[in-house]
Design a binder for this molecule. Structure first.
Ligand code: F0G
Length: 435
């Protein structure tokens, strides 16, 4: 089967070997994507094969990424891939969340159930497999936290040296802690995500370090399997909507590519509509889609949001995201700090929980249903991108009523559930609990 890297820019389409160490097209600077020939098996056989692997004890079959390896066939031999049993994330209903979002029902696909607690693991196992195949010894990324936690784990598991760059003081502590624990060389730079990404792209070439940001096309391949697994779990019934938060816009690019390829392979009959939700203070893609001219994205120079995972002003994958929203008749919405915080608490009350960026989905759904864009009876899958424990400070501050938005405004604890301090007295505690 042919496999190559191709420039994403429709006017260029320059081709490269799948083993070239490239992050952008050498000819026009465009983004790259992996493209393959036809798989050997027809769609029905692939579905049966993938389902049968759920009964297997082979490590690659137990992975929610490599189980679908015919869908990400960038290597001939997958046996060297390192898996922490990524993917395998559940579809969960949330009654309260549906009600809050203006829907009859909602399904969360919770990527926070991944080994390092975010959807980045789906992409990282593929990125690290490619790094190993290329003979790399060091890998690097700039991150708002989750990519670095994931890369640190997968690189260390594979015997590679992880080097991570993070915006100083701007990532959730749980994520920084993971990177340290997994043994990453951790560099905190006094700049924002977009500035550090530009810096690291220079350094990667100079130091011969393999870059594992979502600009890396193999990360995108791995994240496609989130949609393959979702469809497999739904017995290939396509939802009306898939809703996800947008930061650097790698995930929407992966979902869109994955869904289009599934349709081309005959695995699904139609595409769901995609909805990307951004935080108000970091919403350059929202502005692009709402504005008259979609030929150029205007970066937000100083992005601001407490949802630090999506605090990105200059998303590199915007051309891919633009195509995916156009093809899927998708939409983009933006939500405030208060809306994110309240939606997050409601997801928590469903017994599910997630990190702030993930809750942008439900906040966005609430806005889109009240605007009549999403119908109340629609079949909606919302992607929860990160685990509730990633940002514990945020949770405690919200429930105790001291959470402040970046502009200093207090975020009201509309669904606050503060702890109560009581003396060591059975009577007083019984009294408090109302006997
Ligand atoms: N949700 C979470 C929890 C994230 O960590 C990210 C991105 C996103 C949503 C947005 O995804 O960038 O593909 O649009 N986090 C990156 C990181 C940027 O460095 O961990 P995107």
């Amino acid at each position: 089967m042919t496999k190559e890297l191709i420039c994403f820019d429709r006017a260029c389409r320059e081709r490269y070997a799948i083993t070239d160490v490239l992050y952008n097209c050498s000819k026009c600077g465009g983004l790259l994507e992996a493209v393959y020939g036809e798989p050997a098996q027809p769609a029905a056989e692939l579905k049966t094969l993938w389902r049968s692997r759920r009964l297997s004890n082979a490590p690659l079959d137990q992975s929610g990424v490599w189980r679908y390896r015919e869908f990400v066939p960038f290597m001939d031999d997958f046996s060297g891939a390192v898996t922490l049993r990524e993917g395998n994330t559940p579809l969960l209903p949330g009654r309260l969340a549906a009600q809050y979002g203006g829907l009859d029902a909602i399904t969360f696909k919770h990527q926070g159930f991944n080994p390092t607690g975010s959807f980045k693991d789906n992409g990282m196992t593929c990125g690290v497999a490619q790094a190993l195949r290329l003979g790399m010894t060091r890998v690097a990324c700039v991150s708002t936290g989750n990519t670095s936690a994931s890369m640190a784990a997968y690189a260390s598991a594979a015997g590679l040296q992880p080097v991570i760059f993070i915006p100083h003081g701007n990532i959730a502590f749980g994520k920084l802690a993971q990177a340290l624990e997994y043994g990453a060389k951790t560099i905190q730079v006094e700049a924002n995500f977009d500035q550090i990404l530009a810096l690291v792209r220079q350094l990667a070439g100079r130091l011969g370090i393999y870059l594992l940001n979502s600009i890396n096309p193999f990360r995108i391949e791995g994240q496609k399997t989130i949609m393959a697994e979702m469809m497999d779990q739904r017995d290939w019934q396509v939802p009306d909507w898939v809703v996800l938060p947008g930061g650097n816009l790698g995930n929407i690019s992966a979902f869109g590519k994955g869904l289009r390829e599934m349709r081309e392979l005959g695995l699904i009959a139609k595409l769901p509509r995609l909805a990307v939700i951004q935080a108000e203070g970091a919403a350059p893609f929202y502005e692009l889609m709402r504005g008259p001219d979609r030929s150029r994205l205007h970066p937000v120079e100083h992005p601001q949001t407490l949802a630090t995972a999506i605090k990105i002003g200059d998303p590199v994958s915007w051309p891919k995201a633009l195509l995916e929203l156009t093809v899927s008749d998708g939409v983009v919405e933006k939500v405030s700090e208060q809306e994110i915080a309240d939606a997050k608490a409601v997801i928590g009350r469903c017994g599910i929980g997630c990190e702030p960026a993930s809750a942008a989905t439900l906040a966005g759904i609430r806005k889109l249903t009240s605007a009549g864009v999403i119908a109340p009876h629609a079949d909606v899958v919302a992607i929860l991108t990160g685990n509730v424990l990633k940002d514990a400070d945020y949770i405690h501050q919200y429930h105790t009523g001291v959470l402040r938005a970046p502009n200093g405004t207090l975020v009201l604890p509309s669904f606050g559930n503060p702890p109560t301090v009581l003396p060591n007295s059975a009577d007083e505690i019984a009294n408090f609990l109302g006997r």
